[in-house]
Design a protein around this ligand. Structure first.
Ligand SMILES: Nc1ncnc2c1ncn2[C@@H]1O[C@H](COP(=O)(O)OP(=O)(O)O)[C@@H](O)[C@H]1O
Ligand SMILES: [Mg+2]
Length: 235
């Protein structure tokens, strides 16, 4: 996956490309190199698992891919998304491991909020939120507050919020980390269905082999490096 993906028109079709990227936290003796010499690209429609033990740099790598964080060394670009060097934030959505819903807003308002903040009218934002909730089978929970939801339901609302903004690249950082196997599998079902529906690329970091096996390619991280980038063989 590190080879350049050039489409028929000669355009670089990678959604995100990392070139010799490193990210160091802190300076001097206390410096921690969280990601080192990372090179790779995510093509359109990718289903990529980023695996590795805790502390191996998965979250840092996803934050660099999202543009929320900047590399210390090397470059991150979004050839198929970016308007030159600007981070194409509205084409990229991130799902986090922990609770990310706003407690005072109900489910539909949580899903609509990023769209309202991006300038859509309340009416359009809520219409998009309702169709996203229908896609992840959560219409019945529209009026609930986050505190009334289970962990799995909360994560599905977080996926609906991603879906509503119609991103082309979905980055999910250990989205099943706090869930049991059945609820975790359901969240992955919903993420895969959302990515299919949007024709988006999906990148999931996980240390759960059962989650990684549902993706079609894998980057294994160890001590900040991408050790292997491989296509998963489908039998
Ligand atoms: N904000 C931070 N400040 C200092 N060190 C950090 C910070 N975030 C992560 N690290 C360190 O960077 C390394 C990689 O962390 P992380 O990317 O969170 O790995 P993973 O997601 O695989 O657990 C770890 O050694 C971690 O302690
Ligand atoms: Mg992490």
């Amino acid at each position: 996956m590190s080879a350049k993906a050039i489409d028929e028109d000669g355009l670089d079709s990678a959604l995100v490309r990392l070139e010799s990227v490193a990210r160091t936290y802190g300076t001097g003796q206390s410096a921690v190199v969280a990601v080192r010499d990372a090179t790779g690209s995510v093509p359109a429609r990718a289903r990529l698992a980023v695996t590795g033990p805790s502390g191996s740099g998965k979250s840092t790598l996803l934050q660099l891919m999202s543009g929320l964080d900047r590399p210390t060394v090397g470059t991150v670009s979004w050839p198929a998304l970016a308007h030159r060097h600007l981070t194409p934030t509205r084409s990229i959505a991130m799902v986090f491991q922990g609770p990310s819903l706003i407690p005072a807003l109900n489910v539909e308002e949580n899903v609509a909020l990023p769209l309202v903040l991006a300038g859509q009218t309340d009416r359009d934002a809520h219409a998009a939120a309702r169709s996203a909730l229908a896609l992840v089978d959560l219409t019945d929970l529209s009026d609930k507050l986050p505190e009334e939801l289970s962990g799995g339901q909360s994560q599905r609302v977080a996926v609906a919020r991603v879906l509503a903004s119609r991103p082309r690249l979905i980055l999910a950082d250990e989205p099943t980390g706090h869930l049991d196997a059945v609820r975790g599998a359901h969240v992955i079902d919903v993420l895969l269905a959302a990515a299919d529906q949007l024709q988006a690329a999906l990148v999931i970091s996980t240390h759960d082999p059962a989650v990684a096996d549902r993706m079609t390619s894998r980057w294994r991280m160890s001590e900040g490096s991408i050790r292997t980038a491989q296509e998963t063989v489908r039998l």
